[in-house]
Design a protein around this ligand. Sequence first.
Ligand code: FES
Length: 340
Amino acid sequence: MSSYKIALNFEDGVTRFIECKAGEKVLDAAFRARINLPMDCSDGVCGTCKCRAESGSYDLGDDYIEDALSEDEKSDGFVLTCQMVPQSDCVIAVPASSTVCKTEQNTFAATVANVELHNDAAVVLELDVDTPAPVFLPGQYVNIDVPGSGQHRSYSFSSAPGETKVSFLIKKIPGGVMSTWLESAQPGDSVALTGPFGSFYLRAVQRPLLFLAGGTGLAPFLSMLEVLARANSQQKVHLIYGVTRDLDMVQVDAIDAYVAKLPNFSYATVVADGTSNHARKGWVTQHIPADALNDGDVDVYLCGPPPMVDSVRKHFDDTGVKPNSFHYEKFAPTAAPKAA
Ligand code: FES
């Protein structure tokens, strides 16, 4: 391989992707891409360029001093970008804003390919994006400009990265800016996307995964499942998809398709409405099987409305469950997602 794809995640949520040639240091690759990562000495002495590598393999280099990067920091995944030479695609969290680093988010021109209403509760929007296909990490979101409104709305991709056809799962909100536009959107209509954004994305898969989706918070998991399937992942993955009402449950066929594509994938659906005839009722926390928690050796990903996120956190606290990692994204119908 002659180059690696490096995702730089800035602290304001902007993500930029750069190509790093084999043997090249990340700081140099970023400079080629006109991104000024924090730096001072460029010699492994000052520690100014310290970032955190969230996934990927790399050589830390031999020419830095302990004051710049301690053994503890090294084992916590910290790196010096002036020394680090990637040996695979990597994700690097940069402790500075994109503005400080003099870069901006990307914009993409797109046209509507298809608008499909599901149960009068949600819309699957497919867009054709101009080449090159947008790059993003599975789970991330973009801002979609709503034509004619001067406003944008944020949605996670439900499709996998690297495709010129992208899709989104959008909750239908009567009177909502996006929902209103979607009622009359036609194939070929132009829209603009900005992004990608967000720190809610699939990390390196090293242990069982528990995915908890609330409503249209299902979208990022469809993207993650596709990425896992393409990687022929053998890891155990359990998804619990909770909705408020029966009619809010959409794209179950899309989820079910992954049972055949991923050998260790399972899922359950849950409806909160007490009058529903669904087999599982209540909250997702009532339907987490003990084996899906794997005695805490599990990475948990949760995307749903704020009360769901809060109740899952409380459930883990109350039951003493301490997952290896817990990544969540709260979304409100009209606000930008907030991730942790
Ligand atoms: Fe000084 Fe990297 S810039 S240690």
